[in-house]
Design a protein around this ligand. Structure first.
Ligand SMILES: [Zn+2]
Length: 416
């Protein structure tokens, strides 16, 4: 067998393997979910709510199975029929600049995939979420969001891609270190300013209104040296009834956002306990560890790309005799899938550890946070019909936060 055929075989195997493994893990999770209600679980759901949470999980599971099967089928057909090489040849017939061909090729992939994802997102929002009473979004808002997301990914992705492809064209095998430095600089910018720039395009952020909550929050923030001017209420209720809060940014450009749904459904003490958890993410410098890990990941990716991208067999594997940056990169990322799964596992494990640390910070710095955090998390789970019994493999692959019962058990533990 020739090298391009071997690479093509590898690509097809990895696509099938990813689908197969993903389907098995989803199935195990579906089976694990349908256990009888445990005594710990009974503190969260009564039996009717528990049945509803299981039905919600099953609806998402079945729909996920369908969309995964369809997208895997489309990708396999595109690879085996040489659709990527065909698109490349069409652009090559019309354009002479390699850089321009790369940018337009990727732009077409981004546009086609975001349009192809629209029906599934629509069904998930207006049928599944709607049926279980979570959806607040209107069709107008849904399409506005999709349009904005597409524009943002094109506006950010294409100039960055152009720069990286240009560096590759000029430097070839040594390109990876310069391209990585460029991406690291850009990701620093995004870690610091990303949320501040892009979130307001989707949501309104406003300071907490005067009142008992603001007074309680003010007191806590003062004690922790967290500027109140960096704390916002966000109008999440225009899309979903689910509750949440987040910390984002670095140094002076940091923000904590509390969903208006959270403020509405939690008591003042519970809200401050959640706020203390978010301040914990800031004080324990979790953004810095995530930033460092994401740059180690991209360093690994770029060093492998520096080593492999010059090999014309990558483009040949996708059916093109003309080696190009974009086809080689596409083949590279399809072959890279197993490594990227492993990196995802590490990323999630790191994130779940950070969640426990932030919970601990809340306990250590806010009086009775142990109790308030437990009741806050219980409400969060009730309001999103959480899966009480996710399968450990599913948790490892998909959960950035620990499962609710583990988190509650950790909060009850008197030793921490
Ligand atoms: Zn957290």
């Amino acid at each position: 067998m020739k090298t391009p055929d071997l690479l093509l075989l590898g690509i097809v195997l990895f696509v099938l393997l990813e689908f197969g493994a993903g389907t098995i893990i989803n199935y195990l999770n579906e089976r694990s979910k349908n256990q009888p209600l445990s005594p710990e679980g009974a503190a969260i759901f009564d039996s009717a709510e528990y049945e509803k949470s299981k039905a919600y999980g099953t609806a998402k599971y079945r729909f996920g199975l369908l969309t995964e099967a369809m997208s895997t089928g489309v990708i396999l057909v595109a690879i085996l029929l040489g659709a990527f090489a065909w698109l490349d040849a069409q652009l090559r017939n019309r354009l002479s600049s390699n850089l321009l061909i790369t940018v337009i090729f990727i732009a077409i992939l981004i546009i086609v995939s975001s349009i192809a994802n629209l029906p599934a997102n629509y069904y998930s929002t207006f049928v599944i979420e709607e049926k279980f009473g979570f959806n607040k979004s209107t069709k107008r808002l849904f399409f506005q969001d999709a349009g904005k997301q597409l524009m943002i990914s094109l506006a950010i992705g294409l100039p960055l891609l152009y720069a990286i492809a240009w560096i590759y064209q000029e430097l070839k095998s040594e390109f990876w270190i310069i391209a990585w430095l460029l991406l690291a600089t850009f990701s620093l910018f995004m870690f610091v300013f990303g949320t501040r720039i892009f979130l307001p395009m989707f949501n309104k952020l406003k300071p907490l209104p005067d009142g008992a909550l603001r007074t309680a929050v003010e007191e806590y923030c003062q004690k922790q040296g967290f500027p109140l001017s960096r704390l916002y209420e966000m109008d999440a209720s225009k899309r979903s009834t689910k509750l949440n809060a987040f910390f984002s940014g670095m140094g002076r450009v940091k923000i904590i956002g509390l969903y208006d749904t959270l403020i509405e459904k939690l008591t003042i003490e519970e809200t401050v306990a959640v706020l203390a958890h978010e301040v914990g993410h800031y004080k324990r410098k979790h953004v810095y560890t995530m930033f460092a890990f994401s740059n180690i990941q991209s360093l690994l990716i770029f060093s492998l790309m520096g080593w492999l991208l010059g090999n014309p067999n990558l483009s040949k594997a996708l059916g093109s005799d003309v080696a190009s940056f974009h086809l080689s990169m596409l083949a590279f990322f399809l072959l890279f899938a197993p490594v990227s799964t492993i990196l995802g596992l590490i990323n999630n494990a790191l994130s779940r550890r950070n969640e426990y640390q932030a919970d601990q910070f809340s306990i250590d710095t806010y009086s009775d946070a142990r109790t308030h955090m437990q009741s806050a998390l219980t409400k969060l789970s009730q309001e999103s019909l959480d899966n009480l019994n996710p399968h450990p493999l599913y948790v490892a692959v998909h959960y950035s936060h620990p499962p609710i019962l583990d988190r509650l058990a950790n909060l009850r533990n008197k030793d921490n």
